[in-house]
Design a protein around this ligand. Sequence first.
Ligand code: HSE
Length: 409
Amino acid sequence: MVHVAVLGYGTVGSGVVEVIETNHASINKKAGNEIEIKYVLDLRDFPGDPVEKVLVHDFDVILNDPEVDIVVETMGGLHPAYEFTKAALLAGKCVCSSNKELVAQYGTELMQIAAEKDINYLFEASCGGGIPIIRPLNSSLTADEIDELAGILNGTTNYILTKMTQDGSEFEDALHEAQNNGYAERNPEADIEGYDACRKIAILSSLAYGRHIDYKEVYTEGITRITATDIKYAEAIGTRIKLLASSWKVPNMEDGFYAMVCPAMIRDTNPLYSVNDVFNAIFIHGNVLGDAMFYGRGAGKLPTASAVVADVVDCAKHLHRNILLNWSTHTLNLLNIEEAENRFFVRVKGSVSERFEEVTSVFGSIQPIQVPGVSGEFAFITDKMKEKVFAEKAEQISGGIISRIRAYF
Ligand code: HSE
């Protein structure tokens, strides 16, 4: 018998309990052991819920019970999740987590403790919800040197951008709709400002490239400045705007990696073009594999719980043996994003006839883009140039530019 304690009976924690109950027989068979939930920790009471039989309010009950082999951390937030996780690992208990904030901030330290104790700290559900991505990176793709990751890693913003594309709505209206449908949090800052996707790309990149990447080094822009007019232009040129989280290696430069989160226009030839609504997808390029893509539900109670329970099964199979993770304690410093090269979609005020000469004198030859229903402005797409060169050129446009979005094509 393997005893499990679940910290936090919220959406994901209650999903974990439900999945373990629903698929009890097949999960036990795959784990080669009987998995039983001995405790659920939550500050609240749940009168009438069968969870009451195993509900505790004091973490020390779990910590001091030698029968508890695996702790599931589905509390979210940094504190006290960090303290509880660390204490559990130091007490020799495996921990499975869905907490991307915690993994991005303290994952390196927690993994090291697990390795020293010959137990496991696993976090499949922290990126891409129910999509298997951590385990493939860590075990299926070990023959490859990964040189690129690009993903739609946040369901809320993908839902908002999909709504704006389908309905022609403005950002605020699509956000309210996402909130009313229960997708976006009441405080949606982490999603719409790109912070959530930033943590996830830092986690995936640390695993893919084998060293700790500090999420605070990842250049991050959210979707709050995307407007219905930007979407009109995007459609007119056969593209969609997606919040992309990406990281890539500069060819022939040892340890030369960039990472960034930003809205980007992509064409239908990009495999991420058709990833809509709350779905997530992660594109990977390996030097021997070539391209691969992982697609599925990036959030939600049962998909996320499915990933957490898969980690519980893995822990049960390796109770006293550390599964080596390709994420060392050494830090990989990212290159300065100002040196990265991109193309840019740019909107400027005025008519083409008035401003063509000025714009071409700054950006070189351009093809003006105009869309029906949008007057007093036009747009164009630049050649590939360094981020810092683009910023300098944009400054030279008199009165400034209206907006710019990276064009990934
Ligand atoms: N807020 C996250 C999202 C939940 O919208 O993708 C899953 O991490």
